[in-house]
Design a protein around this ligand. Structure first.
Ligand code: FE2
Length: 420
C-alpha cells in the first residue's frame, strides 16, 4: 500500500466530478431551446433550470461555504435556488451556452480551490455534491422522456451510443412466485462516508417472516389488473387513492407501451395509489422499506449486510440496468447475476420501487448538509422508494439509498413489487 492516500483521494474526487459533469452535459445533446425552458409537468422545473441549479449548488457549497468566496453571479441566486421562485416561474432561463459557461466558471474555481482544500474534512460534502448532481441528472432524464414520450415509442433518442453488451442469460420464467424471508434481525441503513443523512445511522431491525415478490410487477401482470377493471372499481383502491383517481382519471401507467416485447418489462410510471390498488387486487400489499432492504441486502447465511443485492462489487452491466447505459427499462428476468441472497431479481436498477413506508429519519438522524436536503420532507406525506432506476447513477445507487415522493407522483421512473 502506498502512503499517498491523501493526494490520490483529491485526484479521485476530481476525476469523479469530471465524469459526472460529462454525463450531465451529454443529456443535453439533442435538447431544443423549447425543451430546455419548458415544464414537462407542473410539479417539475424545466430541465434547463436543473442544469443551472447544479452550478449554483456547487458554487454555494464549495466556493462560498468552504472557500469563503463572495457569491459568483449573484443575479442567478433567486432563479436557480431550490426555494426561490415557484416552479412555473422558472421558465425564463438563460440559453444553454450561457448556463454552460456558468457551470464552467464555477468548476474552474472549484478545481483551483480543491488543489489546496482540506480534503479529509470536506470529503463527505464532496460526495454529497456528486450525488446531488446525479439526482438532478436523473430528473433531467425523466423530464426529457416525459416531453418526448410520444416520439420515444418510435425510437429512443435517449439511448446511449456506448451501450454495453446485454448480459448473456435470459432464461428464467417470470412468475407470481414469492420469496420467503425468514424472521430475524438485519442491519438497516449505512454509515459509509458517501451515505446521505437519511441513511444514517446503521441500526438493527427485527422483522417477522414475510414474503416478497421475486420480480417487480411486469406490464403483463399489470395488464390483468387493467383488464379486470382495476381503474374502474373502487374496491381495489384506498380512500385517498380513489379520490386521487377521480380527480386524475388515468387508465394505464404513464410510461405504458402496448407491445408484445414489452410485457416482461416492469410497469413504469405509476403513482403510489396505483401500486397500492394493484397489490390489493392480487391479495397482497406493498412492502415496507425495511422489508425491501432486508430482501435486497441482508445475507442471513453469513449475517452480513451487502452494499448491493449481488454483493459488494461495484455495479456493472452484468448485474443491473442503471446509469442510462440502456436508456429504457429491460425485462425483469434479464440479470441473473444481480439476484439478492434470497433470490429476488432486479431489486436495483430498472425501476424505483414504491414501499408502504412514510419517509422519516432513523433513530439518531442528524441533518446534513442542511435541513432542506431531507429533513423538511419528513411530513407524513412522502412515501419511500427504493432500488434506483435505469437512469440512476452510481453515486446514488446502493441498497440503503432512500428516495421519497408524494404518493400521486407518477412522472418518475417508478414501478413496484408486492409483499405478504
Ligand atoms: Fe438540488
Amino acid at each position: 500500500m502506498k502512503l499517498t492516500s491523501l493526494p490520490s483521494k483529491r485526484e479521485t474526487i476530481r476525476q469523479n466530478m469530471i465524469h459526472v459533469r460529462d454525463r450531465t452535459l451529454e443529456l443535453f445533446t439533442d435538447c431544443t431551446r423549447e425543451e430546455f425552458c419548458q415544464q414537462a409537468h407542473p410539479d417539475f422545473s424545466p430541465v434547463g433550470w436543473h442544469l443551472g441549479h447544479i452550478a449554483l449548488t456547487e458554487s454555494l457549497w464549495i466556493l462560498e461555504h468552504c472557500a469563503g468566496e463572495a457569491p459568483l453571479f449573484p443575479e442567478y441566486r433567486q432563479l436557480l435556488t431550490a426555494d426561490g421562485l415557484r416552479k412555473e416561474e422558472r421558465q425564463n432561463l438563460p440559453s444553454f451556452s450561457v448556463i454552460q459557461d456558468y457551470l464552467e466558471t464555477v468548476r474552474n474555481r472549484v478545481f483551483k480551490y480543491l488543489e489546496i482544500a482540506p480534503i479529509a474534512q470536506q470529503e463527505r460534502l464532496l460526495y454529497w455534491l456528486l450525488q446531488h448532481e446525479n439526482q438532478h441528472n436523473e430528473t433531467i432524464v425523466f423530464l426529457l422522456q416525459l416531453l418526448r414520450w410520444k416520439k420515444l415509442q418510435e425510437f429512443s433518442p435517449l439511448q446511449r451510443r456506448d451501450r454495453p453488451s446485454s448480459p448473456s442469460s435470459f432464461n428464467t420464467n417470470i412468475s407470481d412466485a414469492m420469496v420467503t424471508i425468514s424472521a430475524g434481525e438485519f442491519l438497516m441503513g449505512n454509515n459509509n462516508i458517501e451515505a446521505q443523512d437519511n441513511e444514517r445511522p446503521e441500526h438493527l431491525v427485527y422483522l417477522d417472516t414475510y414474503q416478497i415478490d421475486r420480480f417487480p410487477v411486469t406490464c403483463q401482470q399489470y395488464q390483468e389488473f387493467m383488464a379486470a377493471g382495476g381503474y374502474q372499481k373502487a374496491e381495489f383502491w384506498s380512500k385517498m387513492g380513489w379520490q386521487w383517481l377521480q380527480k386524475n382519471p388515468v387508465v394505464q401507467p404513464l410510461y405504458w407501451r402496448d407491445s408484445p416485447d414489452w410485457k416482461e418489462h416492469p410497469v413504469c410510471g405509476v403513482s403510489y395509489y396505483e401500486a397500492e390498488a394493484y397489490a390489493t387486487f392480487t391479495g397482497k400489499r406493498l412492502p415496507t422499506e425495511a422489508e425491501w432492504e432486508k430482501a435486497a441486502s441482508w445475507d442471513a447465511k453469513i449475517g452480513e449486510k451487502l452494499l448491493y443485492p449481488w454483493g459488494n462489487n461495484a455495479p456493472n452491466s452484468q448485474y443491473c440496468n442503471y446509469n442510462t447505459f440502456i436508456g429504457h427499462t429491460t425485462p425483469v428476468n434479464l440479470y441473473i447475476n444481480g439476484q439478492s441472497p434470497w433470490g429476488c431479481w432486479d431489486m436495483m436498477g430498472n425501476v424505483w420501487e414504491w414501499t408502504s413506508s412514510l419517509f422519516s429519519g432513523y433513530n439518531g438522524f442528524e441533518f446534513y448538509p442542511y435541513r432542506g436536503y431531507s429533513q423538511v420532507y419528513v411530513d407524513n406525506k412522502h412515501r419511500v422508494l427504493r432500488g434506483g432506476s435505469w437512469a440512476t447513477h452510481p453515486w446514488s445507487f446502493r441498497a440503503s439509498f432512500r428516495n421519497w415522493y408524494h404518493p400521486w407522483v407518477r412522472q418518475i421512473l417508478v414501478g413496484f413489487r408486492c409483499a405478504m
